[in-house]
Design a protein around this ligand. Structure first.
Ligand code: ADP
Length: 466
């Protein structure tokens, strides 16, 4: 089932994406910090190791140094400038340089620093004019235990900076793609999350529209939230079904009880009106009473029809040929010249044929009733986009936008119809709608151009090989 991108799903996806993305950004920042720390530690270890070598290559005498292994200071990494170059400066706390490595001549000046450290070593970044170098310090201590100077050894940090820069630029480069993947993933997750709820909505809609006897399938875990929702809805359907049955039984009984006396009154009046002794005002009164009782009979008949269509709300398994329904019934019931039929061949729908005849009868009946005698009416039936359409178009009085929904309510009659004085009971369209819904279809009303009304029924397409 394809779940549409509803507002809830979009909102949910935004939340999930934001959470994922924030987590990713924080994770990346942490990785950056850890990598930087690790690389710096490796660098510091290298400097420490070299300082140890250097310190063991000279002796301290008073406030001076005496070199005991000069070859140590002539090693290429203290003489030339390469990627692995060290820069050495040994100086007193007064700033007097006691020894400087050869390669310092070709490099920007490394500032002398006098850090106060309790341990034997200290590491820091030193800024030269051209680049930042990592620098380690060791104390120069004479025989009296006096701290009189520093051994400062610097190492180029460029490799480390380059490594960090490439981590950063790779991260920034892949971030937009990762964001797209995260958004797609969030939408997928949200859709999956809402899938069971959408399934419930679909089944519940089907139950309330088509078959009140059906129930939602429960899962095995009674404590599951979705299962609890299903149980609540099933209880609601149970109550609804009982109440609808009671209402329907009441209106059914009432209509049946009313039908007998009303038909008796109508036939008695019909008989009385044939008698010559009733004339003048009495005859007129009898005619009015007869008209009103016939009106009541029509209403009661409609109520019986409503309770019948309401009762057999379960979806029918019967399939009928819509094309032949028009040929065999509708065109005979409505042979008027002003009705133009455009009916496609081989149209099949699921439902009860006798009920659908009532639908078409009502729509064409209304089209005739609410338009003038020389207005044409079009009745179209065809299939498009995997649906069957049945359309009735007239050029009559039309229905105001504010009333387009209301005309399907029981006993509702439009203001204009009432004003003109066209007789009706406001029950036909409510019967039409309940039959169409029972067939899993939809009915819509819109304006015809330049005037009039269009009723359009859409039903599921049934494919039958002939
Ligand atoms: P009735 O026609 O008996 O009053 P319906 O339920 O068939 O009852 O229609 C409800 C109302 O909808 C009508 O009273 C009328 O105002 C309006 N209506 C229905 N069909 C048409 C139509 N083809 N053109 C204009 N108004 C219509």
């Amino acid at each position: 089932m394809r779940i549409p991108l509803s507002r809830t799903i979009i909102r949910n996806s935004i939340w999930i994406s934001t959470a994922f993305f924030s987590f990713l950004v924080i994770f990346n920042i942490l990785i950056y910090i850890v990598v930087k720390y690790q690389l710096t530690s490796v660098l510091d270890a290298k400097i420490r190791h070299e300082i140890e070598h250097i310190v063991s290559s000279f002796k301290v005498k008073d406030r001076a140094i005496e070199i005991i292994r000069p070859e140590e200071f002539l090693e290429s990494d203290l003489v030339r400038i390469t990627d692995n170059t060290f820069f050495l400066q040994i100086y007193t706390i007064e700033g007097k340089i006691l020894l400087g490595s050869e390669n310092l001549k070709y490099f920007s000046q490394i500032p002398l620093a006098y850090p106060e450290f309790t341990d034997n070593e200290y590491f820091d970044d030193s800024e030269t004019k051209t680049e930042v170098v990592r620098t380690g310090y060791a104390k120069l201590i004479n025989d009296d235990g006096e701290h009189f100077g520093y051994v400062q050894l610097s190492f180029r940090r460029e490799k480390l900076v380059a490594a960090l820069k490439s981590i950063l630029s790779y991260t920034l480069l892949i971030l937009p793609f990762v964001l797209i993947i995260i958004i797609a993933l969030s939408i997928f997750i949200s859709r999956r999350l809402f899938q069971p709820i959408n399934k419930i909505i679909e089944t519940a809609n089907n139950i309330s529209a088509v078959n009140l006897k059906e129930r939602l399938q429960l899962d095995s875990d009674p404590n599951d939230e979705i299962n609890k929702l299903k149980i609540t809805l099933n209880n609601l359907f149970e109550r609804l079904e009982v109440q609808i049955q009671q209402i329907s039984a009441f209106s059914d009984n009432a209509s049946h009880q009313l039908m007998t006396p009303l038909t008796a009154i109508s036939s008695e009046l019909e008989f009385a009106l044939t008698k010559k002794k009733y004339h003048g005002e009495i005859k007129q009164s009898l005619e009015v009473v007869k008209e009103q009782s016939d009106r009541m009979i029509s209403i009661v008949k409609s109520l019986l029809l409503i309770s019948r269509t309401g009762r057999d709300s379960g979806q029918s398994n019967m399939i009928f040929n819509l094309t032949s329904l028009f040929e065999k019934h509708i065109k005979i019931l409505f042979p008027q010249q002003r009705i133009y039929y455009f009916i496609s061949n081989n149209l099949y729908v699921r439902g009860k044929e006798e009920n659908f005849i009532i639908v078409i009868e009502n729509l064409i009946g209304n089209a005739l009733k609410y338009s003038s005698e020389d207005d044409i009416i079009e009745v179209i039936s065809n299939s498009s986009n995997g649906c069957i359409n049945v359309i009735v178009k007239d050029k009559g009085i039309g229905i105001a936008d504010s009333e387009k929904e209301k005309v399907f309510e029981r006993f509702y009659r439009s203001e204009s119809a009432e004003k003109i004085g066209i007789v009706g009971y406001g029950l036909g369209l409510s019967i039409v709608k309940s039959i169409v819904i029972s067939m899993n279809g939809k009915i819509q009303v819109s304006d015809n151009s330049p005037k009039g009304t269009i009723f359009c029924i859409t039903l599921p397409y049934i494919k039958i090989e002939e």
